[in-house]
Design a protein around this ligand. Structure first.
Ligand code: ADP
Length: 430
């Protein structure tokens, strides 16, 4: 219960005591002595409580303060009240921390709490199993002293925690870990590590399967195609019915052949390590050559293809892959834009950013489809795409090629108005 004694009351009480002491002194014939004795008594009383308070604060084992009456009793009660309030708060806080830790222990992932200086504050049991970080043994150690991988050091240096960092577990080389870091609270960082070995193995199996099947299909397709072409050489020996049948076989085999080729390209770019041997590529020259090359593709559709290509733009990359990615955007624009359309190709640079764009006035793409375009086998309109010979693999290949080049694909499209496919390259050390 809050209790206050005003300074006025205290002064009134002291004056009252002194008046009584003065009166008693007067009765005994020595007012000054009586006043001095009372003041000394008051001082002694206060000092004795100060010493009691000091003893209790520094040496006392019980939380109950010494007993007293009057103002000192109130001071002790106030202190006792505060201590109990503090203890209650601490208990609640401990309970919250315990709940947070229980929750973090129940996580299937390793969770490590770091300070902003990247020193370890806490880690769950999974952190010890997956990364070998023990709590409380490793508290105060810097995380990069315990996870010593160049890719992790680079991840910390870059300070861009939006994408995860992949490492091999420091305690078990068979485990692949995905690390994610995020700031939380005002001065803490949470590091989560997930075992992705199974997902990686499945992904590898899928890639190997596609690559092997495509490779195995290549030989029989070549044989069938060879025989069909051989038979077609002497078409006069065939009845019109068989001529039509063989023409259909030839078209379908060619389609399948193209699909298998694209699957092989996709598995190659998917499996490729990121730091593959890259060289300076003259992008301006490459794009000009592509615009020339696609003229034969444009014969049927007769689009107006205009180009605005800045000279001498160089990027670091793989020329063959870059050519296939840029060619894909241009051939899509030609294929999906109705006859006599307008296609603008442009290549510009601004500082260390290079922008390559292919813009058409074709049918456009609905917003709900735009995000799915780079998925394997995704085609907006399957029948139309089939007529154009599309497999739905082209933009998936583009996406993987651009990943190798740390470039980005942006798609801007308006339904019934047209689409623009833009590649943004970032030139390092420009
Ligand atoms: P495909 O081999 O079918 O062309 P892509 O992966 O290159 O495969 O393209 C995926 C789908 O995106 C296409 O099937 C088509 O529906 C759509 N698309 C791509 N480019 C354009 C474009 N310029 N205009 C309209 N639709 C497009």
């Amino acid at each position: 219960m809050p209790f206050r004694i005003s300074s006025r009351t205290i002064i009134t009480r002291i004056i009252a005591v002194q008046i009584i002491a003065g009166f008693v002194g007067y009765l005994f014939g020595n007012v000054y002595f009586a006043l001095a004795l009372t003041s000394f008594g008051l001082l002694l009383w206060n000092y004795s409580h100060l010493f009691k308070l000091m003893d209790w604060l520094w040496q006392g084992t019980s939380i109950s303060p010494p007993q007293a009456r009057g103002i000192w009793g109130r001071i002790y009660d106030g202190l006792y009240h505060r201590i109990r309030k503090q203890r209650k708060k601490q208990k609640q806080l401990n309970e919250r921390i315990r709940k947070f830790r229980d929750g973090a222990e129940a996580l299937p992932d390793a969770a490590i709490v770091l300070s902003t200086e990247l020193t370890i504050l806490w880690g769950n049991k999974k952190a010890s199993q997956l990364i070998g970080i023990r709590w409380p043994g490793d508290v105060g150690q810097r995380i990069d002293n315990l996870i010593r991988f160049p890719e992790f050091a680079k991840y910390l240096d870059d300070g861009n925690y939006e994408s995860p960092c992949l490492i091999i577990s420091p305690v078990n080389s068979e485990l692949q870990l995905e690390l994610r870091m995020m700031s939380y609270g005002s001065d803490q960082i949470l590091l989560l590590a997930r075992d992705i070995s199974k997902i990686q193995r499945l992904e590898e199996m899928r890639r190997d399967f596609v690559a092997n099947v495509s490779h195995e299909l290549k030989t029989p397709l070549t044989v069938v195609r060879g025989y069909v072409e051989m038979v077609q050489l002497d078409e006069s020996a065939l009845t019109p019915h068989w001529q039509k049948a063989f023409a259909t076989i030839e078209t379908q085999v060619s389609r399948m052949d193209r699909l298998v080729d694209q699957l092989l390209v996709l598995s190659r770019v998917e499996n490729k390590a990121e730091d593959d041997s890259l060289q300076q590529v003259d992008l301006s020259r490459l794009i000009l050559a592509i615009v020339e090359d696609v003229q034969w593709l444009n014969q049927e559709k007769n689009h107006t293809i205009s180009d605005n290509i800045a000279a001498d733009i160089q990027v670091n990359g793989n020329e063959h892959e870059l050519k296939s990615a840029c060619m894909n955007l241009l051939s899509n624009a030609i294929a999906y834009t109705p006859e006599n359309g307008v296609i603008d190709v442009s290549l510009t640079s601004d500082g260390n950013k290079v922008r390559f764009s292919v813009k058409d006035n074709g049918p456009g793409i609905k917003p709900e489809h735009v995000n799915r375009l780079t998925e394997r086998f995704f085609r907006v309109d399957k029948s139309r795409s089939r007529n154009t010979g599309g497999s739905g693999l082209g933009l998936a290949i583009v996406k993987h090629v651009l990943n190798h080049h740390h470039a980005e694909l942006a798609i801007e499209s308006e339904w019934n108005k047209g689409s623009e496919f833009i590649i943004y390259f970032t030139i390092k050390n420009a």
